[in-house]
Design a protein around this ligand. Structure first.
Ligand SMILES: [Cu+2]
Length: 674
């Protein structure tokens, strides 16, 4: 718990010191460099004093960095990689500066100290350590800001090593000039001043141009032919199966047909704010779909949007791959005027949702999503069963958090004694904390999967990452009950016997520990079992090139989409994936087509009800291990469901061996899944 607070702070401190440290180090280095050129003794003293002050500032920041490194180390050795690399780069120049430069500099800064000969101020032995330290500070600033991958690391160190060599030559030449020794090599004075800045500028410009060009959205890219993650591509003798053939076979039985129309539709929240919305069916959110377990669901989506293609992805339903609705992977995005019919059997009962998977960060944000509830084959058991879709709308009055279109309090009359099931769908990018005031309640299900023996809850709050669902179950008391989001004053759902009374949200209690909630039950595999594949996915962040520009990106194993190596599996494999979150902000990781079993968090095995999830919340500094059976062949997205993160790099794929796709992602097809 302490780590949850400590790690993000340490992370911020680490990044901040990487950048901030460069300022005093550069100040110190340039003070030392300027000393021999000072006109008189008072000027030397002033410059030396400035240098000493810079040294103190640097020492303070270095101490903060050490503390930050210690804090990050608590999460595990791999989490402290960045600060440890920084400290490694800085160690030698810091030591040499402390031993050779600073004692002299402090003497020079002293009021009554005799000033030594001018030539002594240019001695390599005295000046070089501080000047090299400034160069090292530049390298760590770049490494602190950029994405963490080997190429960036090696490139940065190479360039700054060259700068260090230039600085070393310049320092030695100045020493020789001042002391009257032969120069040894031709080294124009201007070279000393200009060589390093020119080298850095040329490198930056070169990186900028190649980075922008190299990261442009490709014309066409096939997601079926990609470098696998951690495994050599296996040459398969059998001809590849196309995703279009992975339809799950013929479907018979009762068909539940739904027509959905994607359309542009200005819509109003209950508070009066207007949303320039795109919707499935005109409402905020789109038309709800409610079917019974075992039904064949057939949805024909007609795209009436004026100028944008779209698709529908069935979030949490393990549909056959051909029905997954990912543009450029399982289908072409449906162009304006076109239509597409999805068919799948609703095997799982529970709370799900559907949303666009074409330019999803924009399309979902504007409203292209809706509720999908699958009632158990025996029928719903609650007397009152309703759902709220949490979403942050961009309105003419700014951002509004709402339950569907309700940005205020929704009231509903419920008879005391009635069994109530409230389904909370997080259709937002941020994590929200579900809170219930006024009744004892249970967390009946997560991500559409009923929990085993969930215990009674009071003021506990349930963290729900973007894309996740939480089902609240309670027996209606004879007083009002409020469902709300902790820390959010916006939307609330109040049930009361008279349909009018309300209750204020109580002060939120502790976060429910999902790792221990409910009772264990047998699972087909466990943490200690044998897995056919064991993968680690490092989640991080930084500045880098993506989509033809330079900006802040979210990385998986140091890379951004489409350069993230994909996970591969053979049908039937048991796969274990460990996510390690090195950066800040929550990452709700969503694997399409499979439910994953939460095995461990921060090394602690799950001890409560089995948690079968489709969206796994991974928070700053956490290590989360999940397992799944590769039993649904296809090419599946595996991405962060903060859709701003997935759009800025945090997207990868799980590809089954021997599966190919005729579709491609890129500007030619207009298939842009994120
Ligand atoms: Cu994320």
């Amino acid at each position: 718990m302490l780590l949850r607070v400590l790690f993000p702070l340490a992370c911020v401190a680490e990044i901040a010191t990487s950048v901030a440290l460069f300022v005093p180090l550069l100040g110190l280095g340039s003070a030392v460099r300027r000393l021999p050129a000072r006109p008189d003794h008072p000027a030397v003293r002033r410059t030396a004093r400035a240098g000493v002050r810079f040294a103190w500032a640097a020492a303070t920041l270095l101490a903060v960095k050490l503390l930050a490194a210690g804090g990050m180390l608590l999460a595990g050795p791999s989490f402290a990689q960045r600060p440890l690399v920084d400290l490694l780069v800085l160690a030698v120049p810091v030591t040499l500066t402390a031993l050779r430069t600073l004692p002299t500099l402090r003497r020079l800064a002293g009021r009554n100290e005799p000033v030594p000969a001018w030539s002594a101020l240019a001695r390599t032995r005295f000046a070089l350590p501080a000047r090299l330290l400034a160069v090292a500070g530049g390298a760590t600033a770049v490494l602190g800001l950029a994405v963490p991958n080997r190429g960036v690391f090696a490139g940065t160190l190479t360039v700054f090593a060259a700068v260090a060599a230039i600085v070393a030559i310049d320092t030695e030449q100045r020493d020789r000039r001042m002391s009257g020794r032969p120069a040894g090599m031709r080294w124009p004075r201007a070279a000393g001043r200009l060589a390093a800045p020119v080298l850095l500028l040329v490198t930056a410009a070169g990186c900028g141009v190649t980075g922008v060009i190299g990261s442009r959205i490709p014309v066409a890219m096939n997601m079926g032919m990609h470098e696998p993650h951690g495994h050599a591509a296996t040459a398969s003798a059998a001809p590849p199966r196309s995703v279009t053939t992975l339809t799950g076979g013929p479907l018979d039985g009762p068909v539940h047909h739904v027509d959905l129309t994607a359309e542009e539709h200005p819509a109003r929240l209950t508070g009066g704010a207007t949303v320039d919305a795109w919707t499935f069916g005109g409402g905020l959110p789109g038309d709800p779909i409610r079917v019974r377990q075992g039904d064949v669901v057939e949805v024909t989506m007609a795209n009436h949007l004026p100028a944008t293609s779209t698709t529908i992805h069935w979030h949490g339903i393990d549909v056959p791959n051909a029905e997954d609705g990912v543009a450029g992977v399982t289908q072409d995005a449906v162009r304006p005027g076109g239509s597409f019919t999805y068919r799948f059997r609703a095997h799982q009962a529970g709370t799900f949702w559907y949303h666009s998977h074409e330019i999803s960060h924009e399309q979902v944000s504007r409203g292209l999503f809706g509720l999908l509830v699958v009632d158990p084959a025996g029928g719903a058991t609650a007397d009152m069963d309703d759902a709220v879709l949490v979403h942050r709308w961009h309105t003419d009055r700014g951002e509004k958090l709402a339950f569907g279109a309700d940005d205020g309090v929704r009231l509903r009359q419920v008879r005391p004694g009635n069994r109530v099931r409230l389904r909370v769908v997080n259709a937002d990018n941020d994590t929200h904390q579900v809170e219930v005031t006024g009744a004892t309640w249970r967390l009946a299900a997560l991500d559409g999967q009923d929990l085993n023996a969930p215990g009674p809850l009071g003021d506990e709050v349930v963290p729900l990452g973007g894309g996740g669902r939480a089902d609240v179950e309670l027996t209606m008391p004879d007083r009002p009950v409020r469902l709300s989001l902790a820390g959010e004053s916006g939307p609330a759902y109040v049930l009361s016997p008279d349909g009018r009374s309300t209750v204020d949200a109580a002060a939120p209690g502790p976060e429910l520990d999902l790792m221990t909630y409910g009772r264990p039950a047998p699972t087909p595999f466990g943490l200690g079992g044998r897995f056919d594949r064991d993968e680690t996915v490092d989640l991080d962040q930084g500045w880098w090139f993506h989509g033809g520009s330079f900006g802040f990106v979210w990385t998986m194993n140091g890379q951004v989409f489409p350069d993230v190596p994909m996970l591969t599996a053979r049908e039937g494999d048991l796969v274990r994936v460990t996510f390690r979150h090195h950066g800040r902000f929550d990452h709700p990781m969503h694997l399409h087509g499979h439910r994953v079993l939460l095995l461990a968090r921060d090394g602690e095995p799950a001890r409560g009800s089995p948690l079968w999830l489709d969206t796994v919340l991974v928070r700053s500094g956490e290590t989360v291990t999940v397992g799944f059976r590769a039993d649904n062949p296809g090419i599946w997205m595996d991405h962060c469901h903060d859709l701003t993160h997935s759009a800025a790099g945090m997207t990868m794929h799980l590809a089954y061996e021997g599966v190919s796709t005729p579709f491609s992602v890129g500007t030619a097809s207009g298939n842009l899944p994120e």
